[in-house]
Design a protein around this ligand. Structure first.
Ligand SMILES: [Fe+2]
Ligand SMILES: [Fe+2]
Length: 196
């Protein structure tokens, strides 16, 4: 089921996560109800936390082996920590307050900047210096770890996605796909202990 030969590469997985979170940010507009904006913010917070952990545990160590002096890798974890502090405040903020929108915009600005550095420097470097089988092997590791991280929150992630993307026709397709993915991850995670 998780054969490294069939796994997407780690770099494609990272790109997919980036696209998903940016798509979610783009749904956050003031014409949405506070309930929908809260669900979107929760979707963003959970997705970023899981993504940051996966990069720190699997992708960044592999990049450091190639070139630990790279300035982008050196600032990556501090930037994740800055996002984590915005996430912590965002979770405690009422979506009816102006501060909620300010925090989402602050987080989006940080994420766009961080993602630009990762995609144009780290992913490019990884694909230049690692062969496809290594990139797929890291992709497999990332999938296994993602299942463990998603499992405890799978129901919540699916529910937030459905509320957050309600009323959005184009994004709903991606949103529903994500919800289905989360449920699948949850189901698969029950068997994760048997996956080696
Ligand atoms: Fe990152
Ligand atoms: Fe990333």
């Amino acid at each position: 089921m998780l054969s490294a030969k069939l796994s997407p590469t780690v770099t494609d997985m990272i790109r997919f996560d980036h696209s998903h979170v940016l798509l979610t940010f783009h749904q956050y507009t003031l014409d949405k109800s506070p309930k929908v904006r809260k669900a979107l913010a929760d979707t963003i917070c959970n997705a970023l936390e899981i993504h940051a952990t996966l990069e720190e545990e699997i992708f960044y160590p592999a990049i450091r082996l190639l070139n630990g002096e790279e300035p982008v890798i050196q600032k990556s974890v501090p930037e994740h920590d800055e996002m984590r502090s915005i996430i912590a405040e965002l979770r405690m903020t009422d979506p009816k307050e102006v501060r909620h929108q300010e925090l989402v915009m602050e987080l989006m600005r940080d994420v766009i900047h961080h993602v630009a550095d990762e995609e144009t420097v780290l992913l490019a470097e990884a694909e230049r210096m690692m062969d496809k089988s290594r990139l797929r092997e890291l992709g497999t590791q990332m999938t296994k770890r993602r299942m463990q991280l998603v499992a405890p929150k799978a129901g919540r992630i699916a529910a937030d996605t459905i509320v957050g993307f309600s009323g959005s026709t184009v994004a709903m397709v991606a949103g529903v796909a994500t919800a289905i993915c989360a449920v699948r991850h949850f189901t698969k995670a029950k068997h994760a202990a048997h996956v080696h």
